[in-house]
Design a protein around this ligand. Structure first.
Ligand code: ZN
Length: 340
């Protein structure tokens, strides 16, 4: 049989001379693998089965009629049945993607257990999963992101984290882009909101593992410019409503607590600007309260009110208009009662 490799309009032609400096990947080079993927200057020798089972794109690439003109390239490793597919992905991205399938000769995706993925893993798996149409993989990572970039106020309020624990704020730039790539607009308000907390790096973006830089599109950058001001305004509004009467309905010493609330309200004039109009309008007020009620004159009920129910009510009001603050539209925002 004449050796050949599959042709595909997706695949650039790779000549033997172009592949002279290729190196084998240390993690993915199985001697009995039956497919060689080339990403950048790295070759990955893996198994076709799992990729064909989960990716219609790989299935198509590997089932197309095979031209004979690349026989030299094809037999470079001495195999007569090992197609070589050059990809436009980076080796770093492809490695994350392949880890999902490794050792999976049955075709079953093995990485299904609980783990705390890095940003780079999430980003690569969503982007390559989308490109190669591995829908289950994309959905799994999008579901993980949606736990943090939530569209349900109660779920979002309960969480002490505004992004996955291994993520930095700058990674929310990529989450905005992933939300658009996967058509998941429900993640946009919170992802854009996190971008609004960034400094100058909001323009510079983030550096991927392969050294390329990812930034916000200009229209989203504009949304953040407006959104950041609206977040500071929301903070200022919450500041001026937090300590207004009445005291807690269960207050045991209304006169005393009323006096303390009034003091907390008056003291706002002396507080730093970044307390009153901080960008993160969802930040707790308890450091401010503790610093101005050191003797704890507030009764426990009123203290709990300032810690919980009152900011929750005020934050919910902001949450309801968050998409508008961020300049996006999300169908059903705030009306869903579903649990995350
Ligand atoms: Zn009280």
């Amino acid at each position: 049989m004449k050796p050949s490799r599959p042709a595909s309009p997706l695949l650039p032609h790779v000549s033997v001379s172009e592949t002279a400096s290729l190196k084998r990947d240390e993690e993915f080079w199985f001697e009995d693998g039956n497919l060689i993927l080339v990403a950048g200057d790295v070759e990955f020798r893996v198994y076709q089965g799992p990729l064909i089972a989960h990716s219609p794109v790989f299935n198509d690439m590997l089932s197309l009629p095979q031209p004979a003109e690349d026989s030299g390239r094809r037999t470079r490793h001495g195999e007569s049945s090992c197609p070589i597919i050059p990809l436009t992905d980076s080796p770093e991205d492809l490695r994350h993607f392949l880890r999902v399938f490794v050792s999976s000769s049955s075709g079953k995706i093995i990485r299904s257990g609980q783990h705390d993925p890095t940003f780079h893993e999430v980003s690569a798996c969503v982007r390559l999963g989308h490109k190669y149409q591995v829908d289950g993989l994309v959905q799994r990572y999008v579901d993980l992101l949606r736990k943090y970039y939530a569209d349900n106020f109660d779920a979002w309020y309960r969480s002490t984290l505004v992004r996955p624990p291994s993520f930095q704020a700058v990674h929310s730039i990529a989450v905005v882009n992933l939300a658009r790539l996967t058509n998941t607009p429900s993640m946009l308000p919170t992802a854009l909101m996190d971008c609004c907390t960034l400094g100058p790096e909001i323009v510079d973006g983030l550096v991927r593992e392969d050294g390329t830089r990812e930034t916000l599109p200009l229209d989203d950058l504009g949304r953040c410019f407006v959104g950041r001001a609206k977040m500071a305004q929301a903070s200022a509004r919450i500041a001026h409503l937090m300590f207004r009467p009445p005291v807690s309905a269960a207050c045991r010493q209304p006169a005393c607590c009323q006096r303390v609330l009034q003091r907390l309200l008056n003291e706002l004039g002396n507080a730093r600007d970044d307390v009153i109009s901080c960008v993160d309008w969802y930040a707790s007020w308890m450091v401010y309260v503790d610093g101005r009620d050191e003797d704890r004159e507030l009764c426990m009920r009123c203290y709990k009110m300032l810690e919980g129910e009152r900011p929750k009510k005020l934050q919910r009001e902001v949450w309801m208009i968050l998409p508008a603050m961020m300049g996006v539209t999300v169908d059903g925002w705030g009306v869903k009662a579903k649990e995350a």
